[in-house]
Design a protein around this ligand. Structure first.
Ligand SMILES: *Cc1c(COP(=O)(O)O)cnc(C)c1O
Length: 444
């Protein structure tokens, strides 16, 4: 496997693109491979190397790199009839109706162009609706590149996690550990009447994968109801991935007030959305007075790609296929770990998977067979990550510097750090999964 072309491209990129990339996670070490094209479950780089792809664009690609025929046809037809107008189109209404019909919390929505934009607008909406400033977020949760949620610290003291963000943004944000109902209750007891919203991913998807423990989201729901705060589920990564067309909220059985969407709902094109109860969402301008606007929002090509993507999933065995392969993969890796690295933890659900390089010893008996489910009666319950901090304490360097490289040499493209989720697509096959398990066996 040679990488001369990618190295040369990265050399050029470093002169004109910040860090040589347009999104920081792409700058894998020592240099990223540049993609020439996709092919089903595979990507082919500038040097002609083929990789079995589990990055899947960091989440949007439910079908892999070959769009189903109706998706491709709709994209081409909308692109060639004039890409966008600055006037509304039918396909925006069609996609909004589809989402509202399937996602429990969504009666009405507003489309935007990224997950970041969705969470920014959702927080603004929640603050305006409640007339309060504070928001509660999870340590290790990710809501895109927005000022109010790029924070670190704990409930006592939250600071911006990036230079360039005034401390005054973080003053209104309270960070709590995921899965810790007592801390959440305590924070509400002290600040409840100032809290506009709790903003959380239903499953932490950008900090390893951390599943909620039983009752956690129910507790958040009750606290929000008691204090008149809004519960916002950021389903940018779980939406139309976990829980099928109903998203993770339908699987969890907890209905938030607002939901942010992105990734899959744009069918591979830039997208975000804020959905929820009509009486809240209609506060956006022009119906209400909470400013929200965007030149490209509801872009017809994106809307068409999203609509046909979801329709295809409704009419075919898409979720059964990807979920079964996800199960096969997590189960296979679990078996490999039992022999090779019993301290590590397989996580994920549906078509999401990750291996967290946890350091604690564990007891092999009666554990979850295809990814941690946070079962209280599991002998490994205390060793499985519950919070972002638990994931951060894992062997991150081994993942990045040794394991990821080794898998790449086996022709398998995983996310380049310990934290980002990985995805099985509709284009993957059982054979691909077996090959991947064999590569884990070699690389661990
Ligand atoms: C990806 C992601 C975002 C940010 O979306 P962008 O489109 O990258 O701005 C926000 N929240 C979650 C949960 C995500 O996974």
């Amino acid at each position: 496997m040679t990488h001369d072309e990618s190295r040369a491209l990265y050399d050029r990129a470093l002169s004109v693109l910040a860090g040589g990339v347009n999104s920081s996670v792409r700058a894998s070490m020592p240099y990223p491979f540049f993609v020439e094209n996709g092919d089903g479950a595979y990507v082919i780089d500038a040097d002609g190397n083929r990789y079995l792809d589990y990055v899947m664009g960091y989440g949007p690609l439910l079908y892999g790199h070959d769009l189903p025929e109706p998706v491709e046809a709709a994209v081409q037809s909308h692109a060639s009839s004039g890409p966008m107008y600055g006037a509304p189109t039918e396909v925006e209404v069609d996609l909004a109706e589809f989402v509202a019909r399937h996602v429990p919390s969504v009666e009405m929505l507003r489309f935007v162009n990224s997950g970041t934009e969705a969470t920014v607008s959702a927080v603004r909406l929640a603050r305006a609706y409640t007339g309060r400033d504070k928001i509660v977020v999870m340590q290790g949760g990710y809501h895109g590149a927005q000022e109010s949620t790029l924070v670190e610290g704990d409930r006592e003291s939250t600071q911006p996690s990036s230079p360039g963000i005034p401390d005054s943004f973080a003053e209104h944000t309270i960070t709590v550990p995921f899965n810790d109902a007592d801390t959440a209750a305590d924070v509400f007891e002290n600040h409840g009447h100032d809290i506009a919203a709790v903003l959380t991913e239903p499953i932490l998807g950008n900090m390893g994968v951390v599943m909620p423990v039983d009752g956690y989201h129910e507790t958040l729901r009750e606290l929000c109801d008691e204090y008149g705060s809004l519960l916002i589920f950021d389903e940018v990564i779980t939406g139309f991935r976990v829980g099928g067309l109903g998203c993770a909220q339908s699987e969890l059985g907890v209905t938030p007030d607002l939901t942010t969407l992105g990734k899959i709902v744009g069918g591979g094109f830039p997208v975000g959305a804020i959905g929820g109860r009509a009486e809240i969402v209609e506060q956006f301008t022009p119906g209400g007075d909470v400013f929200q606007s965007g030149t490209f929002s509801g872009h017809p090509v994106t809307m068409a790609a999203g609509l046909e993507t979801l329709r295809y999933a409704a009419e075919n065995d898409v979720y059964d296929h990807v979920d079964a392969l996800g199960e096969q993969l997590r189960a296979g890796i679990t078996d490999v770990l039992a022999e090779r690295a019993p301290e590590y933890t397989v996580v994920g659900t549906g078509s999401i998977f990750k291996t967290i390089f946890t350091r604690d010893g564990r007891d092999g008996a009666d554990h979850c067979e295809a990814g941690c489910r946070q079962r209280e009666d599991c002998p490994n319950y205390n060793a499985c990550p519950k919070t972002g901090a638990d994931v951060a304490a894992a062997e991150t360097n081994r993942w990045e510097r040794v394991f990821w490289q080794e898998m790449k040499d086996h022709g398998i493209f995983l996310t380049a750090n310990q934290y980002e989720s990985q995805f099985v697509s509709y284009a993957h096959t059982k054979k691909d999964i077996q090959r991947t398990i064999d590569a884990y066996q070699d690389a661990l």
